[in-house]
Design a protein around this ligand. Sequence first.
Ligand SMILES: C[S@@+](CC[C@H](N)C(=O)[O-])C[C@H]1O[C@@H](n2cnc3c(N)ncnc32)[C@H](O)[C@@H]1O
Length: 280
Amino acid sequence: MKNAKLHLKYLESELHIEDENEKKQIAFMILDHLYQLDRNAILLEKQFENNPEKEKKIIERLNKNEPVQYIFGESHFYGHMFKVDANVLIPRPETEELVYKIIQRHNRQESINILDIGTGSGCIPITLKLELPQAEVSSIDISKGALKIASENADKLSAKINFLNQDILNYGLDDFSELDIIVSNPPYVTNDEKKLMANNVLDFEPELALFVPDQNPLIFYKRITELAAAKLKTGGWLYFEINEQYGKDMEALLADFGFKNIFIIEDMQGKQRHIEGQKI
Ligand SMILES: C[S@@+](CC[C@H](N)C(=O)[O-])C[C@H]1O[C@@H](n2cnc3c(N)ncnc32)[C@H](O)[C@@H]1O
């Protein structure tokens, strides 16, 4: 039998993670994931039977920089647990902020049409459907692997979403007439920025979800803004998560396509992370 508090310390000592807080957090997550030991159980020094083989495998993968979310196959987003694998981006807290912003503007009774572009794990469309249950929600991704995970998440969380496998750069939204909301967190990292990124992102997260050509970093934003100008209802909103380097360019882009009420929103780190604009 092991003592939960002492075992937490042991797990920490096996992890090659520089940041002490992150190390502790991940050791907690291992105890929770493998043995359902929460902070209370650790504080009370609960006795439990451990599985050294499983622990060893997890620690080996963590020490090769693999994100803990891929190892456990799940990630929290907006109070729900989403299945994740190597086909999908790990949902980020900044994206929760974008979803929160959208939910604040609408109410649960509105029968609105929402389209999300770039589904990934399905975190955006599924959360919007759960919070705005009268909405019709659709979501597009080029990746069949991502759509499979997103559909599983939608089923698990009982959210009815219309998923479409399309390349937004070559699809004119022909299945849609008038939309109230278009939201997207498209790929926005340039190759130049690759060298600044952590290995656990570069080695494990899907390239398709992250990168855009250096010579055309706004390729997805230009295409989606053009489509939104055509497909949104008057009064409808366009929401993007953005690369903080391109706030000014994004404002100009939305203005060029006739959007009004354009606002850039900072994330919790104070970075220009979201933009919204209204079709008037
Ligand atoms: C940055 S990820 C966002 C995923 C998810 N919405 C989130 O916030 O966690 C971008 C997504 O866009 C998808 N994608 C990339 N190129 C695409 C294209 N040409 N058409 C449609 N989706 C595309 C990727 O497969 C990926 O799932």
